[in-house]
Design a protein around this ligand. Structure first.
Ligand code: E4P
Length: 214
């Protein structure tokens, strides 16, 4: 499974890239606002430090605007793909942009029906929001599994990005379902590294090593 980082923070991107595990970066307007910058500026900066796919979200709600904004964002760097929030206009824009060779990440996906339509329109990625489904008492993992199955049944090239990840269990569930990608916040990546028994084991080895030196 590919691992993307879900952040617009440059230090976090640099750090996770240094681990040797980074396959991509996703941003959204909320993550960009948290950094006090704007999408074109920040995705240009990200493209300058890592050589992986980077999602940049378009803000237009009409197909024509999405297409125009998508072209502008994609022209910043070849690694940039355009995030469009699921709608009829976004389907139309996806068809147009993918026809021009611009990758689309259809975002705010909450059902397999939406994912199927996005794939049919030519989206390169779909981003089901696992955590936000759990937040409303639905099962994000069930929806993720349905999407993975539907795409497998018909051999769609569209990759599934498990998004809105809240903890390591979401990542494990996505991997168990055969999801292509998980986009993971920095704090969850840190949680994935640690285990109390690893920390305990290291302390014990250090203690025994010190004893054996005497
Ligand atoms: C990524 O593509 C999404 O925008 C992001 O994972 C949403 O996460 P949130 O539900 O924690 O805001």
């Amino acid at each position: 499974m590919k691992i993307f980082i879900d952040t617009a923070n440059l230090d976090m991107i640099r750090e996770i890239d240094s681990w040797g595990i980074l396959d991509g970066v996703t941003t959204n307007p909320s993550l960009i606002a948290k950094e006090g910058t704007d999408t074109p500026t920040r995705v240009r900066e990200i493209a300058g430090i890592v050589d992986v796919p980077i999602s940049a979200e378009a803000m237009s709600l009409k197909a024509e605007g999405m297409i125009e904004e998508g072209r502008t964002l994609a022209s910043i760097h070849p690694n940039i793909n355009v995030k469009l929030p699921m709608s009829i206009d976004a389907l139309k824009a996806t068809k147009a942009l993918s026809g021009e060779g611009i990758d689309v990440n259809m975002t705010l996906i909450f059902s397999a029906h939406q994912a199927l339509l996005a794939a049919k329109a030519g989206a390169r990625y779909v981003s089901p929001f696992v955590g936000r489904l759990d937040d409303i008492g639905a099962s994000g993992t069930d929806v993720l599994g349905q999407i993975v199955n539907v795409f497998l049944n018909y051999g769609f090239d569209t990759e599934v990005i498990a998004a809105s990840i809240r903890g390591p269990m979401h990542v494990l569930e996505a991997a168990s379902l055969g999801c292509d990608i998980a986009t993971i916040p920095h704090n969850v990546l840190l949680q994935m590294v640690s285990h109390p028994k690893t920390d305990e084991g290291i302390q014990n080895f250090i203690r025994d090593y010190e004893k054996s030196k005497k």
